[in-house]
Ligand binder design. Structure first.
Ligand SMILES: Nc1ncnc2c1ncn2[C@@H]1O[C@H](COP(=O)(O)OP(=O)(O)OP(=O)(O)O)[C@@H](O)[C@H]1O
Length: 205
């Protein structure tokens, strides 16, 4: 059995216009795919298709050699998706959001672990304020803390460096390296190259 994520001939359209087609790749443990391309070239659409949020119109996506079906719980539990909106409740604090995320994942929330994850991302002073009062970069840090707290084999990240300052960007690069070293897989849409290793997919545009 092949382990990992593979795409064969993936294609997707929006409003009847092709966004991408013929996407092929195979990613095994420890591998990174960086997706680049101009604004509107289809990076977000591709990540949504990979997450199962949108079904591909052509081709096939496989996880551990089985077809990915939209909403399938085994796949959803293997994957972490961080999109533009970060998936964070604005009325809860960073700590409360992470407690909730851990409960949903079937994990027992540990306030110590949550606070340590937030502190390591420079959020020690902002962890109890409602998220709606935080800056964009601070919200993104909360989403990155969630990645650290919920171990997932596959990361699908849409421009994770957006709004992050230099220090937080460096923390994220270290977090991604550790994930890959531990045998994780990542697909990252980015305008800023992340690391020397890893494969690249340019959607043109
Ligand atoms: N909800 C939607 N309905 C119709 N068309 C859409 C929708 N979302 C995106 N599109 C179109 O799909 C194409 C690809 O958009 P997408 O957001 O995937 O690109 P992107 O590469 O992620 O862009 P950016 O770098 O600006 O984030 C664009 O032409 C866009 O106009």
């Amino acid at each position: 059995m092949e382990s990992g994520l593979s795409a064969r001939g993936l294609g997707f359209s929006r409003a009847g216009r092709p966004v991408f087609s013929g996407i092929d790749f195979k990613l095994g443990p420890g591998e990174l795919l960086q997706v680049t391309g101009a604004n509107g070239s289809g990076k977000t659409s591709l990540l949504r298709v990979l997450s199962g949020l949108l079904p591909p119109e052509e081709g096939e996506l496989r996880w551990h050699d089985r077809p990915v079906r939209s909403g399938e719980s085994g796949y959803l539990q293997s994957m972490a998706y961080v999109g533009h909106t970060d998936g964070i409740d604005p009325d809860l604090s960073a700590t409360e959001n992470l407690q909730f995320a851990m409960r949903v994942a079937g994990d027992t929330p540990s306030v110590e672990r949550i606070e340590a994850a937030l502190a390591s991302l420079g959020m020690a002073k902002a962890m109890h304020a409602p998220v709606r009062t935080l800056s964009q970069g601070q919200r993104r840090r909360v989403a990155l803390a969630r990645l650290a707290l919920l171990p997932r084999a596959l990361w699908l990240l849409d421009e994770p460096l957006t709004s992050l300052d230099g220090h937080a960007g460096e923390c994220f690069r270290e977090q991604l390296d550790a994930h890959l070293r531990a045998g994780g897989i990542a697909v990252v849409a980015t305008h800023q190259p992340l690391a020397a290793r890893g494969r690249a997919l340019n959607l043109g545009g």
